[in-house]
Design a protein around this ligand. Structure first.
Ligand SMILES: C[S@@+](CC[C@H](N)C(=O)[O-])C[C@H]1O[C@@H](n2cnc3c(N)ncnc32)[C@H](O)[C@@H]1O
Length: 371
């Protein structure tokens, strides 16, 4: 989470780095804030219709944001990394609980969540996510490489391998129809028709995939292609017991179509050659937003690489998707969304970070105008 800051004389007030932390300059232990502004930001809300950012607790914002297609969470790490972060992972489930509950209230089957954290931080919050309906898909490892520790770690003292990674874990919001998991609902609907289960193969025009995959109730269950869903629903409504119609209907009035079914799965596009290990050095040089142009102090020690944010947002969105960034910092995910032509909603609770994040976003908007 925390990367070594760069830059020289700050023009703003610098907060002293506690000596205990100074001794471990290359670990992932949070070092607090490098810069604090005394003036209030020019505004506490900014929008141009594409990007909306607020100086606020995101908990107070969720209800006003549009339905999310993609949520990028980069909040507490349990390392006192920012004001309000917990001091270790044990406090994290409680810290995240109200956020996760709010995300679940607004998520749909199209919503993908990217949960950035340390390994132990993620492990401690995973049960909260599952309890609120988020289904684990994949853990991606950001490998910052040996350069991140620069050989400076006393392993005899810390008694572990030096940490150069973070995780970015992909979840989807578990889709349900009439309160049931898709695989349960599909089989129940088919059974309601009174037709033998094996006849589903004929309905879908497949040798045995309907029985072995689409209607399987275990780990072999396979999300069916929309055209197969359409065939199954058409067949059921034509040949099923008349008194039970409509079959495969969400509203009890009309059967779902293949296009309706397509919305029960979130978008995902994997660029060629990308795996779940992302070898990418920690931010350095001009990548970091500085308090006073390039000569200043790095503003936010937890600023994420724009290319990684771009990777996750582009992989999990479709044209028109809305991106949420509840723990904005310098709004890196919002910049990525913006460059992808997507709308986003973000909040940052700290006025200093918000000020610099606002500058970053308005510069992006200016460039769009120039183009
Ligand atoms: C890990 S940093 C995010 C860095 C960001 N991804 C970036 O690239 O700049 C977490 C940020 O969340 C902010 N934060 C913490 N709790 C918040 C809340 N309830 N609402 C809004 N922002 C919050 C912190 O002030 C901190 O700047």
């Amino acid at each position: 989470m925390t990367d070594a800051p760069e830059g020289n004389a700050p023009t703003e007030i610098e907060e002293p780095v506690p000596a205990a932390r100074r001794r471990e300059p290359t670990s992932t232990v949070g070092r607090g804030k490098a810069v604090t502004r005394t003036e209030a930001p020019a505004t506490d809300r900014w929008t141009d219709g594409r990007t909306t950012i607020a100086l606020a607790d995101s908990l107070s914002q969720y209800e006003s944001w549009e339905t999310p297609g993609c949520i990028v969470s980069d909040g507490a790490y349990g390392v006192l990394g920012f004001e309000g972060d917990t001091s270790d992972h044990t406090g994290m489930p409680e810290w995240y609980e109200p956020h996760v509950a709010a995300w679940s209230r607004r998520a749909t089957a199209q919503t993908v969540l990217w949960f950035w954290n340390s390994e132990i931080g993620w492990a401690s919050v995973h049960p909260v996510l599952e309890r609120h309906g988020w289904r684990y898909v994949n853990a991606n490892i950001w490998d910052k490489g040996l350069g991140h520790i620069a050989g400076n770690v006393n392993t005899a003292k810390i008694r572990r391998f030096p940490v150069v990674s973070e995780v970015c874990v992909q979840y989807v919001f578990e889709p349900r129809i009439n309160g049931k998991l898709l695989k349960h609902w599909l089989l129940e609907e088919w059974k309601r028709t009174g037709l033998p289960v094996r006849e589903a193969n004929r309905a879908c025009g497949v040798a045995d995939a309907a029985v072995r995959k689409y209607l399987d109730q275990g780990h072999l269950w396979y999300w069916m292609p929309p055209e197969k869903f359409q065939m199954m629903a058409d067949y059921a409504n034509e040949h099923g017991r008349p008194e039970g119609r409509p079959y495969f209907s969400q509203d009890g009035v009309a059967p779902m179509t293949g296009s309706d079914w397509a919305l029960t799965r979130s978008p995902f596009n994997c660029p060629h050659g990308v795996t779940n290990v992302w070898q990418r050095p920690a931010l350095r040089g001009d990548e970091r937003i500085k308090a006073n142009g390039t000569s200043g102090k790095a503003v936010h020690l937890n600023q994420k690489p724009l290319d990684l944010m771009h990777r996750i947002v582009s992989a999990s969105t479709a044209p028109g998707s809305v991106v949420w960034e509840p723990f904005g910092g310098l709004f890196t995910a919002s910049v990525a969304a913006r460059r992808l032509g997507l709308r986003s909603f973000a909040a940052e609770i700290d006025p200093t970070y918000f000020h610099y994040g606002l500058e970053r976003i308005t510069q992006e908007a200016c460039q769009d105008h120039l183009l």
